[in-house]
Design a protein around this ligand. Structure first.
Ligand SMILES: C[S@@+](CC[C@H](N)C(=O)[O-])C[C@H]1O[C@@H](n2cnc3c(N)ncnc32)[C@H](O)[C@@H]1O
Length: 546
């Protein structure tokens, strides 16, 4: 690994501060400078996971022992510096695996919070500060894509990254919402089972990724964000269901953004306790240190009384220092809601809890997804032999959404101010940018074909228009850009009675099944994105560098 030193690091304000946070900081200074290795997460929801792992292994990748499968996919490390792979073929393969959703490039320490959240299939989860979405997609993996992950982000441009990432990974359980987390509306009762607050922070644990922090970071950076961090965590606490678990994380090592924020929340929310993170079980072998119990400027958070019991509690927080795991720096704390449902009911009366009371929800506008008509569901079923699912429509796209999104989030009764209730059957008062995954395409209102983004979910369920294709013909179609219908019928006799339009080709090699959307017109052509084309070429033994 390159040891590129950052000349100003030893004179930086960050180094001065770290020496007040740790007695034995010298090793940290050395290990907080080299660039990070390339790390990634393997998507456990894909059926070709073994094939993906074989590619990673062939490129020199190895699993990271402290990021095993569970709470999202397994973490892997590649033998090159992040973003600096010099072998072109390896670089193209990794990019294609990422773009096709089989892996997600993610910093190793960033995979920790979801592993600690103890998510289960069916859970209702809030990711309060979610963009660009590496943890939100990991949450969908952690619940096997069964349940609800509300991925919220206040910045409109960054919220769009959540949409592209949920489509890339190909999950149906994610809802992308755009709110200032401090003013999120109340969700259906009894609140979220799990909440992640991966807060905006000064980022001083990321010097190996963002070396300019050596020049830019100031003590003031963390202090300036603390109020926002406390307000976000406080609001999240209000949205947590009784018995629910909440994880607070930052990529900062500054106690002002970490232990001080945790202490403030414990002080104001008496229905919360600091829970064990479970980090030694979920991330076996990871070296951590307990949360700090002393730091400069403790007296500034006047609302807190730092009695000895509170300080002892703070040791349940966990710090990950760059030098002890050859990683980025990170902080995590886990909370548990120990109140009963009456406490949750009382919180509903908080004046911030909801928008104006409404008797009738507003009519959806044309930018919102609405339930697919029973006629449309019947058409999908008649045309493709697919059992009707929970589907929504917007413009030319039909979206598959998880049952929980439909039954709990869409249909669930909302609580409004002073105990007033609003019946479900709409998104209000949430601002929802996208729910679920676009799985089918319409053209002028007429059903066309399954989308390539959703093909891994739809194709295995289709009873008709699916045709087996052999390696030779597939290679020809891939390299020539298509093949005339007369010629393909000789290799795929089932196409003789096929109507013109969208079809799916099934190709099996070395126990891996490929589902390939295609178009049958004058020619048979593949309708697959570049990433899939490259991976298919690799599987067929063709050159991937064109
Ligand atoms: C540390 S990043 C989140 C990274 C993300 N969890 C991931 O793993 O991909 C913090 C995010 O919080 C967003 N943010 C800042 N203020 C916010 C607020 N008031 N409400 C919601 N999100 C906010 C930032 O725009 C940023 O995208």
């Amino acid at each position: 690994m390159s040891k590129a030193n950052w000349p100003s690091a030893p004179d930086s304000e960050l180094w001065k501060s770290v020496q007040t946070w740790r007695d034995d900081a010298t090793n940290w200074l050395e290990m907080a400078q080299p660039r990070l290795p390339e790390t990634l997460r393997v998507n456990p929801l894909r059926i070709d996971i073994k094939w993906t792992e074989n590619i990673l292994r062939s490129l020199g990748g190895v699993p990271i022992p402290w990021l095993p499968n569970g709470g999202g996919g397994e973490g892997w490390q590649m033998p090159w510096v992040r973003g600096k792979c010099e072998d072109l073929e390896s670089k193209l393969l990794i990019r294609a695996l990422h773009d096709s959703g089989r892996i997600t490039r993610q910093e190793a320490v960033s995979m920790i919070p979801v592993k600690l959240l103890e998510c289960r299939p069916g859970d209702h989860i809030l990711d309060m500060c979610a963009a660009p979405g590496s943890k939100a997609t990991q949450l969908c993996e952690a619940i096997s894509d069964e349940g609800v992950v509300v991925a919220n982000e206040s910045n409109p441009g960054r919220a769009n990254l959540l949409v592209s990432n949920s489509k890339r990974v190909g999950v149906t359980s994610m809802i992308v919402a755009r709110h200032d987390g401090r003013h999120l509306p109340r969700c259906p009762n009894p609140g979220f089972d799990r909440i992640l607050v991966d807060a905006p922070c000064s980022g001083n644990g990321t010097t190996r990724k963002n070396p300019e922090l050596w020049d830019r970071w100031t003590e003031q950076a963390g202090r300036g964000l603390q109020t926002l961090q406390i307000e976000l965590l406080n609001k999240a606490a209000m949205l947590l269901a009784p018995n629910g678990r909440m994880v607070y994380s930052t990529c900062s090592l500054d106690p002002i953004e970490n232990e001080a924020v945790v202490a403030e929340i414990l002080h104001t929310c008496d229905f919360l306790i600091l829970d064990e993170t479970g980090i030694t079980d979920y991330c076996p072998g990871l070296v951590t240190r307990p949360g700090m119990t002393e730091w400069n400027g403790m007296e500034r958070n006047a609302a807190q009384s730092f009695d000895s019991d509170m300080l002892a509690e703070l040791t349940k927080c966990k710090r990950i220092w760059n030098d002890e795991n050859d990683s980025g720096g990170f902080f995590v704390a886990a909370f548990k809601h120990i109140g009963d449902s009456e406490v949750a009911e009382a919180l509903l009366n908080d004046s911030e809890m909801a928008e104006k009371p409404l008797r009738e929800p507003p009519q959806p506008n044309r930018n919102q997804q609405i339930p697919a008509s029973s006629e449309l569901l019947q058409t999908i079923s008649n045309d493709w032999g697919v059992e009707p699912e929970k589907m929504f429509v917007r413009g030319s796209k039909i979206y598959t959404i998880s049952y929980e999104i439909h039954d709990w989030f869409w249909l669930g009764e909302r609580m409004l101010r002073r105990g007033k209730k609003l019946p479900g059957g709409h998104w209000h008062p949430f601002q929802i940018i996208q729910a679920g995954l676009p799985t089918w395409e319409l053209r002028k209102g007429i059903l066309q074909r399954p989308t390539s983004k959703g093909i891994h979910l739809t194709a295995p369920k289709c009873q008709v228009h699916v045709h087996e294709i052999g390696q030779e013909l597939l290679t020809t179609i891939l390299t020539k850009g298509g093949q005339s219908v007369e010629e393909v019928i000789q290799s795929i006799p089932t196409l003789e009675n096929e109507r013109l339009g969208g079809v799916v080709l099934r190709f099996t090699k070395e126990e891996v099944t490929w589902w390939l959307p295609a178009w049958l017109g004058g020619k048979l052509t593949l309708m697959i994105p570049d990433a899939e084309r490259l991976l298919l070429s690799h599987s067929l033994g063709l050159e991937v560098i064109s």
